[in-house]
Design a protein around this ligand. Structure first.
Ligand code: M6R
Length: 610
């Protein structure tokens, strides 16, 4: 994964690069490093762990430097140590990389035979030495880069500085995102526009196979054949939105609390004068009449948002809907109908998830229509789509997705309603009663948020259990999956989500008095069936915590606790409010266990390698 950033211009670069890295830390926080070029000399500072660990080392760099590159790492090859941190150095150069060099082992063996000594276990160092070898042999850094990238297999965005050409930063892109920011007598680059949008709104998105030479006053781009490419400038309207904790202890907690506001904003954006804004929902950018099948593609929590969407989408539109993990979809050769008959819908908070992006590109090549629901404007997935919805969740900083999930669920549902309306499959009265309930959804969310104190107390009793099960039926099954993922992700407790009806097909063997089971049991069409499943669990001494109606006596008799959750008519809205309880539960259990809630171990906010 990793985030990269760089600056060249008249200003002192170290603070600019360090501040840019702060914005990139969501892409990885295993280590960080900066290299600068000053008076013909390259200096590097790097450190393992979070970016803040690097701060004290910055004074070792020449403070006057005005050419710098920086990297924040999510470890793919080699432990998160200082030696494995980028930038990597070789003869006369420093290099940073985002992506994976798949043929690095062969290349490394070849270089070792030639006597190259490796200081790290990374795939990236191979590229540094290949470049160093060429530069030492007399190649100009630009020519060295052109030759070396032809030898690389995999995905990369690379940035190189060399003392052999101290007025330029050289860039190359294949598979991983890379964008240039054009300033006045200064230029930037980053893994995405947030790296530099505090300085300039003018961006040039590099395409796969392109290289660039970034000077303070010039940008030159060329393709693999060396043909010059005219830079295509995009004016970005993405402010460096302030993303502070606003008094909350963690971003995650703040983001959980923001959810009723996000729903109001989403409603305001897509419902105008009591009717759906089909343009805003991206429905005018696709040819819906042609669509014979829909594939929803996503990863992690976004995948669960897709699974929730399927419930309403398939029946309301009368079109078969398949929801699939991007990492599976991309390698199984799925049946895709060309000429726009298959619609592939990607759901992604970051818009940069590598597997999801690869699926879209593949489906596009096959002639499918491409739609996306993203939170980050100008992200790769957003730009790759024929039609899109931009969510109104605002920046999500906590690695565990919370407000983005409920926003994705709502956006996918509103899209479904809009599509049904366009296809003439939705009665006006049905739409109006749904929109009526939607208006009150923020109030119901606030009620669900009121359970916070209750859940915090409950967490005090539960945090030492090593295993949890989450169960539900219908959309609540998906919330069970999401609840289990949240708990695993931030508390490191083993948890599994199951369809309540599946328990007796195996998982019920795990149930005894040491197993807490969180049952999501709203008063919906599945209520009686879920209740029977809870009875079965209780007959085996399972400790059930229900998320449902606190006045429900039957539930109260069976469960050790009930987390109060309001009841709603529309299944999608019910799923949204039920989610709040599983988010709080994961959060407060993690707090009791003392884990790093906002940046849990081994994870990154955006997964930009496959
Ligand atoms: O940016 P994306 O929505 O594409 O990310 C997908 C997953 O990596 C993400 O939802 C992940 O599962 C979250 N950390 C879960 O909280």
């Amino acid at each position: 994964m990793c985030g990269i950033i760089g600056y060249i211009g008249p200003k002192k670069c170290i603070d600019i690069v360090f501040d840019g890295l702060k914005k990139m830390e969501y892409r990885g926080y295993d280590s960080a490093g900066i290299a600068v070029l000053h008076e013909g000399q390259i200096s590097i500072s790097k450190e393992s762990g979070k970016l803040e660990n690097l701060r004290p080392l910055l004074e070792q760099l020449p403070s006057e430097a005005h050419i710098g590159i920086g990297h924040t790492r999510w470890a793919t090859h080699g432990l998160p140590t200082r030696d494995n941190a980028h930038p990597h150095a070789s003869e006369k150069l420093a290099l940073i990389h985002n992506g994976i060099i798949e043929n690095y082992k062969e290349l490394k063996a070849e270089l070792q035979k030639k006597g190259f000594h490796f200081r790290s276990e990374t795939d990236t160092e191979v590229v540094a030495h290949l470049l160093g070898e060429r530069i030492k042999a007399g190649d100009h850094p630009r020519d060295a880069l052109n030759k070396v990238i032809l030898r690389l297999e995999g995905a990369f965005s690379l940035a190189l500085i060399s003392d052999q050409d101290p007025h330029f930063i050289y860039l190359a892109k294949q598979g991983s995102p890379l964008v240039i920011g054009l300033g006045k007598d200064e230029n930037f680059f980053g893994s995405d526009v947030t790296a530099f949008c505090a300085h300039t709104q003018k961006a040039v998105f590099l395409q796969d196979g392109e290289c660039a030479a970034l000077g303070a006053k010039s940008v030159e781009i060329w393709d693999r054949q060396g043909h010059p490419i005219q830079p295509k400038t995009t004016m970005i309207q993405w402010s460096a939105a302030s993303a502070d904790k606003q008094g909350y202890r963690h971003y995650m907690l703040k983001e959980i609390h923001e959810q009723s506001g996000v729903i109001s904003k989403t409603t305001h954006a897509f419902v105008k004068d009591s009717s759906l804004d089909l343009e805003g929902l991206g429905l005018n950018s696709i040819e819906l009449n042609k669509v014979r099948s829909i594939h929803i593609i996503a990863c992690g929590t976004a995948y669960y948002a897709g699974m929730t969407a399927k419930y309403a989408m398939e029946t309301t539109l009368g079109i078969p809907v398949n929801v699939e993990l991007a990492s599976e979809f991309r390698y199984r050769n799925p049946l895709l109908m060309g000429e726009g008959q298959t619609l592939v819908m990607a759901i992604s908070q970051s818009g940069e998830t590598a597997d999801t992006l690869a699926c879209l590109k593949h489906a596009k090549d096959k002639g499918c229509q491409i739609f996306s629901i993203c939170n980050v404007a100008y992200s790769s997935i957003h730009r790759e789509s024929h039609g899109s919805i931009l969510m109104h969740a605002g920046p999500e900083i906590g690695v565990a997705s919370t407000k983005a999930f409920t926003s994705q669920v709502l956006c996918a549902y509103l899209w479904t309603l809009g599509a049904a309306q366009k296809l003439g499959r939705l009665h006006a009265e049905d739409l109006s009663s749904i929109l009526q309930e939607l208006k009150s959804l923020p109030i119901y969310m606030d009620k669900a948020l009121n359970a916070e104190e209750h859940i915090a107390e409950l967490a005090n009793k539960l945090y030492e259990y090593p295993n949890f099960l989450f169960v539900g039926r219908g959309p609540s099954y998906i919330i069970a999956l999401e609840g289990a993922l949240k708990l695993k992700e931030i508390s490191y407790i083993h948890a599994e989500g199951y369809a309540a009806g599946e328990l007796k097909h195996g998982p019920i063997a795990l149930v005894d008095k040491h197993m807490p089971i969180v049952a999501i049991v709203p008063k919906d069409q599945y209520y009686d069936k879920t209740l029977s499943n809870i009875e079965e669990i209780c007959a085996r001494e399972g400790q059930v915590i229900a998320i449902g109606d606190e006045k429900d006596q039957h539930l109260r008799d069976l469960c050790i606790d009930i987390i109060p959750c309001p009841s709603l008519k529309t299944p999608c809205f019910q799923a949204i409010v039920s989610t709040v309880a599983v988010q709080f539960l994961a959060y407060y259990i993690a707090i009791k266990r003392g884990t790093d809630v906002d940046q849990p171990r081994n994870l990154a906010k955006s997964v930009t390698v496959e």
